[in-house]
Ligand binder design. Structure first.
Ligand code: PLP
Length: 415
């Protein structure tokens, strides 16, 4: 890489995007906010904030159970959001989209409701070395309960998955092949198409952790042909506490409920209970109604920009950022994957990532430092933490240039 990569031009539909996010107008420590912590959580556009406010000020009522107008309106808005998500992911049917609290709850749901009844002691769950804890710990818990074995496919020093190793580890005892689509820590884009195809050829179900890809890429679950795909709303410009799970209907039909309670039952008696069909079977209790509605509006927002436009622009911006960081004095990139989206991790000689994050904060620049819920990945690179920059559609090259100038100050202090 050289230092000559020019900054990307902002496409027409993104030119006003910054104005759509009110928080980007605020100052932090007397400086204009430069928000580069989008892998942790994205900011919310005014349309999402308005939708949540409108729900609480105009429509607030519990869904599905009421005969009065407010309940009917809230139900319609919530279910419309499910439809928007189904279309966004190109699911074959709206019932294949289940609302959860987010990617973490979705993985736990699949572990309990789908995988656990299938496994015998010695059966295997396959993941990669770059998973977020959300796609590790639920499987460890399942292995403790069942005697199953967690298999971990290795990665290369540049942060790419060793795909041949992964594929060779899909064996007769594999009960699930799972993988993160885009690494939240180092930005690697994994070849999930190859994983899904190979697993399918061996009759092994697949789970894709799309927590970091859904906000950067076009995802089509029918084209991908995955069995399950998990995501979080708050990383997709929607409120916290809402997210989802795509599940192939033929598999959902055979799955046991994850939690019991109201709204997921067909009939209850003290002699026994029967359950509703998906998606209701997996949505016990009063959900995050405002969050679901907000998530639908966030999807509308992205559609109004154009997913391909967003993806093209962001891929240029992340290349620009990686190039500038690679050439910044004292900066050491952690992971230089062949395909990258969203995030870049780095360390600096003599400056701990927390020091980097703290100094940048005094300049109004928000990045993340730590293990990014990927401790095994940090161990693989023989470090305990990195500083991480992560972009969204509202970032621009000035954000990256501000980061680089401030890192020069860090380098001067610690270098
Ligand atoms: N998977 C990945 C790749 C993530 O980046 C995250 C969050 O950072 C999660 C799963 C868990 O998401 P949540 O905490 O929203 O459930």
């Amino acid at each position: 890489m050289t230092d000559t990569l020019s900054p990307p031009t902002i496409p027409e539909s993104l030119k006003k995007a910054r104005e759509d996010f009110p928080i980007l107008k605020r100052e932090v420590n007397g400086k204009p906010l430069v928000y580069l912590d989008n892998a942790a959580s994205t900011q919310k556009p005014q349309s999402v904030i308005d939708a949540v406010t409108r729900y609480y000020s105009q429509e607030n009522a519990n869904i599905h159970r009421g005969v009065h107008l407010l309940s009917a309106e809230a139900t319609a808005a919530y279910e419309a959001a499910r439809g928007k998500l189904a279309r966004y992911l190109n699911a074959a049917d709206e019932s294949e989209v289940i609302f959860t609290r987010g990617a973490t709850e979705s993985v736990n749901l699949i572990a309990y409701s789908f995988v656990e009844p299938l496994v015998q002691p010695g059966d295997e769950i396959l993941i990669t070395h770059m998973e977020h804890h959300a796609n590790i710990v639920p499987w460890q818990l399942l292995c403790e309960r069942t005697g199953a074995i967690l298999k971990v496919a290795p990665i290369f020093d540049n942060g790419d998955l060793d795909i041949d190793a992964y594929l060779s580890m899909i064996g007769p005892r594999t009960k699930l092949a799972a993988a993160v689509h885009v690494s939240n820590a180092i930005g690697t884009v994994n070849p999930i198409e190859r994983i899904i195809q190979a697993a399918k050829a061996k009759g092994v179900p697949t789970l894709i952790d799309a927590a970091q890809s859904i906000q950067h890429m076009d995802l089509d679950v029918q084209a991908l042909d995955c069995d399950f795909l998990v995501f979080s709303g708050h990383k997709l410009f929607a409120p916290t506490g809402i997210g989802g799970l795509y599940g192939r209907r033929s598999l959902l039909d055979g799955m046991r409920p994850y939690q019991g309670g109201g709204d997921m039952i067909a009939h209850v008696s003290f002699d026994g209970t029967t359950y509703k069909e998906p998606p209701s079977r997996f949505e016990a209790g009063t959900p995050h109604i405002a969050g679901g509605i907000g998530l639908g509006v966030a999807v509308d927002y992205i559609q109004s920009i154009g997913r391909n436009v967003m993806q093209d622009y962001e891929s240029q911006l992340i290349k620009y950022a990686a190039n500038r960081l690679k050439n910044a004095p004292g900066v050491q990139l952690i992971g230089e994957p062949t395909h990258r989206a969203g995030a870049i991790s780095f360390t600096m000689e003599n400056a701990h990532p927390h020091d980097i994050g703290t100094i940048l904060d005094t300049e109004g620049i928000a990045i993340r430092s730590g293990h990014h819920c990927c401790e095994p990945l940090m161990t693989r690179f023989d470090i305990s933490a990195t500083a991480r920059v992560s972009i969204a559609l509202y970032n621009n090259h000035e954000d990256i240039d501000a980061l680089i100038s401030s890192l020069a100050k860090v380098n001067a202090l610690f270098g």
